[in-house]
Design a protein around this ligand. Sequence first.
Ligand SMILES: Cc1ncc(COP(=O)(O)O)c(C=O)c1O
Length: 447
Amino acid sequence: MTDSILDLDRRHVWHPFTQEQIAPPPMVAVGGKGDRIFTEDGRELIDLVSSWWVNLHGHGHPAIARAVAEQAARLEQVIFADFTHAPAAHLAARLAGLLPGDLDRVFYSDNGSTAVEVALKVALQYFANRGEDGRRRLLAFDGGYHGDTVGAMSVGKSSGYFRAWEGMLFPVEMVPYPSTWIGDEDVSAKETAALDALEAALTKDVAAVIVEPLIQGASGMRMCRSDFLQGVAERVRAAGALLVFDEVMTGFGRTGAPFACGKAAVIPDMVCLSKGLTGGFLPMGATVVREPIHQAFLGESLGQAFLHGHSYTANPLGCAAGLASLDLLMGADCQARIAAIEAIHGERLAALAARGKIQHPRLTGTIAALDLGEGGYASALGPRLKQFFIDRGFLLRPLGPVAYFLPPYCIGPADLHRAWDTLEAALLEDWPYAKTGPGAAAITKAP
Ligand SMILES: Cc1ncc(COP(=O)(O)O)c(C=O)c1O
């Protein structure tokens, strides 16, 4: 008798972000189409989290699948130090055209964490190349998450995920983040305090400030206003440091605009991209920098160059997927779907908030979020709500007590309304963990 997939998995596979001893066994995915994931045991789940925020147009989109297959038959991979190729050049030009200002130069890597590492390393070497060796410090925002490699963990250490590795992280000063929501009366005061703290921290030795623009994802879909980002940009520029926007999650339409920087009317010095870059088909990252930054790396000596690279840099399959995905994203049909998702989110969030069953309702573009109670990532609220949704045919992955919808753009209005109906049902059924108070406190703990 042959072993089942689950038997083999149980014996040989180690899953990310999972306590395997107590978590239910993983579901065995056998297919995906549109907003649905199909499992071996015959279930059909609507993917409300775009499979960790990567999928834009639905699973197995035929246009992207075809582009990848055609590219695979032509050229699957080539060393990018000595070569270039059509998909890499075209994708870089498309990204430069979509991003504001002179964000024109694309450095490819493998994932969101590497896109961030590249930005941090470029920032430090940029100043060293210009003879400003003293600028070596990095600033980041409370609650920011930027990935799981050492540099990315260092700038994201306040997100609360990295206790085990504190000793290997380099020092990064954290400044307050004015997390806000619909009806937040204190937002202006929080923004002023955060900007004052940033200004005080922006001493002459700061090389770069990194921020997830408009939405801090992993720490609980914590949102901020465009005005705040404009204030950040003003202060960072005045201090002579570089501003890095980590758009690994916010890029490619999630905020309702192609990129959060455009929506916020800010031109940062660098933008980190990944996740939706390939429409969710292949792992790839990109760090897009303003051209003057790139110029500082040109010269006669190899030492002035950016001596950084990954084996699969600018993988042709990923670039081909990226081009096909951008064609879909910028089409009128997709833009209309994005607007429709935002409209439904807005209507349903307002109705739920009016019933007083949720806290901190918030919405930016296609991402809607709310708090169901207190506690951190390890809160038991998350797994229970997740199971409630799975039992009703939806994949939801709450971040502790934070429930959020971040669906692929192909989701239809009826399915999105059903998702909101399900959340409403969880709350109206007087779902035992939907309340704060002693009962909830007993089952929650900070991460
Ligand atoms: C804002 C942000 N930056 C960076 C990352 C890291 O990306 P990856 O998991 O591809 O390394 C993530 C992942 O969730 C993210 O949300």
